[in-house]
Design a protein around this ligand. Sequence first.
Ligand SMILES: NC(=O)c1ccc[n+]([C@@H]2O[C@H](COP(=O)([O-])OP(=O)(O)OC[C@H]3O[C@@H](n4cnc5c(N)ncnc54)[C@H](OP(=O)(O)O)[C@@H]3O)[C@@H](O)[C@H]2O)c1
Length: 295
Amino acid sequence: MSEPQTAGGAAPVTGVPMGGRVCVVTGASSGIGQAASVAMAGLGATVVLVCRDRGRGQNAMAEVGAAARGGEPSLELADLSSAEQVRDLAGRLAGLPRIDVLVNNAGLVIYHRQLTADGLEHTFALNHLAPFLLTNLLRPKLEASGPARVVTVASTAHRGARLDLDDLQLEHRYSAMLAYSNSKLANILFTRELARRLDGTGVTANCLHPGTVRTRFGQTGSAWLRLGIAIAAPFFRSPEQGARTLVYLASSPEVSGQSGGYYVSGKLREPSPTARNDDTARRLWDLSAELTGLS
Ligand SMILES: NC(=O)c1ccc[n+]([C@@H]2O[C@H](COP(=O)([O-])OP(=O)(O)OC[C@H]3O[C@@H](n4cnc5c(N)ncnc54)[C@H](OP(=O)(O)O)[C@@H]3O)[C@@H](O)[C@H]2O)c1
């Protein structure tokens, strides 16, 4: 695999033109999602920013618009922790002429256990169930647009996961890092099972760890977490560097037809043994379908 350029060991800079491609990016109002949206717009893609806050979304859209070398970006508002809002969003996105790339990026870590409006543990609902539901609802559109790509932002934090399929809501033991790690493991298991189900459809599914990136991530964490982040932040990757593996997976011909992979710094990596367990991936899929009312 040739790597044209790298910065800070972040990932290849693709420079691959994306003219004519429509890319939907969740969590585009901040950090990695915003930087990836700017980068893909600069490569010629038409970016649809999915954000929950109108003001932050409009600010991000202005930045993406200033970088755009293709179609004008557009903004879709949705709180992705709500299944109803994910369904409404999917209905609106299905009206797009095509979707070439779906980027599942929105995510967070929460200090105290919280429930969503649907009564689900918030981290799991936003980080895993939202991309699960959105991707499944958009599957017909992605297949009709093929070759298309689904790119999901996971994390190396998945290695700290202790996923109990009988306690996905962490009713029995909650910690912010456990909830986060479990949700990021779920992103990888989802990607594996999705790739298996999409085989032969012209749609690929891959996921990535972006590195440790200076974003707003962790700002809802404990005071100790926020202090630790503030001290270490100068050593983190910039959002632009953190977005590179995402943009690589969304655009590079080097990964066209490649599916089910977990990438770090632009390279295919083996995730943890649990993340490679196909039986767990299938069981999690079935439970996620039940929880989102998909089955
Ligand atoms: N930063 C890192 O070091 C790191 C490392 C590994 C993986 N990641 C992953 O990278 C992804 C992006 O995180 P980031 O670091 O760029 O953090 P960030 O700056 O906090 O961005 C998170 C994005 O998710 C959006 N979001 C949060 N809750 C939402 C909801 N209920 N509905 C819709 N959108 C919502 C945020 O919207 P608002 O602007 O409205 O808050 C924001 O756009 C996450 O999946 C995270 O797990 C990050």
